[in-house]
Design a protein around this ligand. Sequence first.
Ligand SMILES: Nc1ncnc2c1ncn2[C@@H]1O[C@H](COP(=O)(O)OP(=O)(O)OP(=O)(O)O)[C@@H](O)[C@H]1O
Ligand SMILES: [Mg+2]
Length: 399
Amino acid sequence: MILRIHIGAFTLTDAVREAVQDMSEDRIFLRSSTMIEDGGMDAAVAYLSEHSTPDLLIIESTAEDEALFEELNMLADVCQPGTRVILIGAENDINLFKTLIESGISQYFLETVTAEELKAAVVDTFAEKSAQAKSRTIAFFGMRGGAGSSTLAHNVAFELAQLYDEDVIIVDLDIPFGTAALSYNIQPHQTIADALNQSANLDESLLMRFLETGTKNVSILCAPGRLNSGVEITPQTLERVIHVVKEMASYVILDVPHAWTTWTQDLLVDADETVLVGQPDLYTLRDGKNLVEFLAPNRGLEHPTRLVLNRVGELKKGELGEKDFKDVLGQAPALTIPFDGEALAAAMNNGEVLRSAAPKSPVTESVETLAKMVSGKEAITKLKKQKPAGGLLSSLFKK
Ligand SMILES: Nc1ncnc2c1ncn2[C@@H]1O[C@H](COP(=O)(O)OP(=O)(O)OP(=O)(O)O)[C@@H](O)[C@H]1O
Ligand SMILES: [Mg+2]
């Protein structure tokens, strides 16, 4: 989860000031802005009477009983409606707590608060908002080049559209080398380059002009697939494009290229589902471990990161097994997909999805399983408890 909010904190004590400061350095707030002022409630009221209200106020107060309610009434007079407020107060009274929550205070902490508690409270307060988003974003990332991440992304898009009769948009973010258009046999007239270049004015009707039709229910924001498109993705332009795309379909499939930049990290952290695609080899094991260690805490427990091993059986000898991944990553692959060169070649050469080019291939079946897994529609798969790494190979990867 990544929050994009403006936070105003008005503190009295060093402890609370430091807690807000520490919290704001957490990755989840990297795209947020935080202002911390001394002076508690008085300073908050004075500030708000002259400035627009931040999305979230964190206010420390020592007032009790009537005095506290007077302060809160003054605050309400200068605060825009809908502002979330976290209060750190002095009074330990359960009725007071109830009244505060009823009057719109999001959370109440007695006397002091830690950075962790604050972060949890903010996430809680804003989680509802992100849950209301219209669409489900599913990011695909290859743990190394050529693992099959794009192939799976484009085919999962097709399966989702068929299985659930929902609109799906594929966003091909691999500007020079993207293959979504080829997967659907399209020669794009407009691409994501147009959307990025016009991100400042982008809305649904403008973006509609840049989408190509892949097949029924599947639209594609294609990559230029040229070396000289001159387009550079920035976190800001991309954020705008994704924001608009999310308003336009039930599923947004992000084909994220194998690169480690601010915006690729943002996408992998922020997506509802993140699928890491690798091959059963040692490089994937190392990179998978690094990625899971980065993503798991940043995505939070409710948003697991799924590991998919693709092209399994391609090497006749020397492939690693599921157990090796489980031992080192503390997490077994969510799915292993066999190698089927013939089926994939047929799909690629015809510009067809696997369902049409090779309906009987076990890879097609795996893609359907993966689509169901990430759809959010099937019975929730139980989260497996993450075990600490152990076993032979893990000794290779000790810090
Ligand atoms: N299960 C499979 N069996 C056989 N071939 C496969 C399989 N999955 C993918 N491929 C093939 O592997 C090649 C690379 O696939 P793809 O372009 O999807 O990988 P990628 O991870 O997106 O790579 P890149 O790093 O270039 O973005 C393609 O030729 C594709 O057809
Ligand atoms: Mg790719």
